[in-house]
Design a protein around this ligand. Structure first.
Ligand SMILES: [Zn+2]
Length: 169
């Protein structure tokens, strides 16, 4: 699922209501143009995924495993739902990502080429998920994420969407 989104960023932002990113509104005022909405939504989604993947990557290393499994990604995404609001540089990152998306779109328009991220050959993952034995805060969060998740009541529209999507993984 992650890969699909990265390969085809356009796919994601078609049906999202601009209201769903109101939690970012301090930086994204007056969403007038449709393109602007698509770029804003896209940037939030991409930053969200990037953060989740980074956490999953750290967790896997602490668990002394070599490959990120779907379960690591799922837990990383869950954790990011909790982290999202408290990330101090979220807005900045989204602005950066927005610029990247703009560049991709412009590049596509100029060259008529679809943008692909480096296609990593999927070496079939043999490694299975196992919980980290490490005692650090990150590993602790990953290990106990399901109990936090079950007690979580989404409030923001964006949270509702994310919770629904993650539960289906
Ligand atoms: Zn750890």
């Amino acid at each position: 699922m992650i890969k699909k989104v990265f390969k085809n960023p356009k796919q994601y932002n078609i049906e999202m209501d601009p209201k769903d990113i109101t939690f970012m509104k301090s930086g994204f005022n007056n969403l007038v143009e449709e393109n602007e909405v698509i770029e804003n939504t896209g940037s939030v989604v991409m930053v969200f995924m990037q953060n989740a993947m980074q956490s999953a990557d750290i967790y896997v290393r602490h668990a002394k495993r070599k490959e990120i499994t779907p379960e690591d990604i799922k837990r990383g995404l869950m954790l990011e739902v909790f982290f999202m609001k408290n990330r101090p540089n979220m807005l900045e990152k989204c602005e950066e990502m927005k610029q990247t998306i703009k560049d991709i779109i412009r590049d596509e328009q100029e060259n008529g080429e679809t943008y692909y991220l480096d296609e990593e050959e999927d070496e079939e993952g043999n490694e299975e998920f196992s919980e980290s034995k490490c005692q650090c805060a990150m590993c602790n969060c990953f290990n106990t994420i399901y109990s936090r998740w079950e007690n979580f009541t989404p409030q923001l529209p964006m949270e509702h969407i994310l919770v629904k999507a993650i539960n289906e993984i």
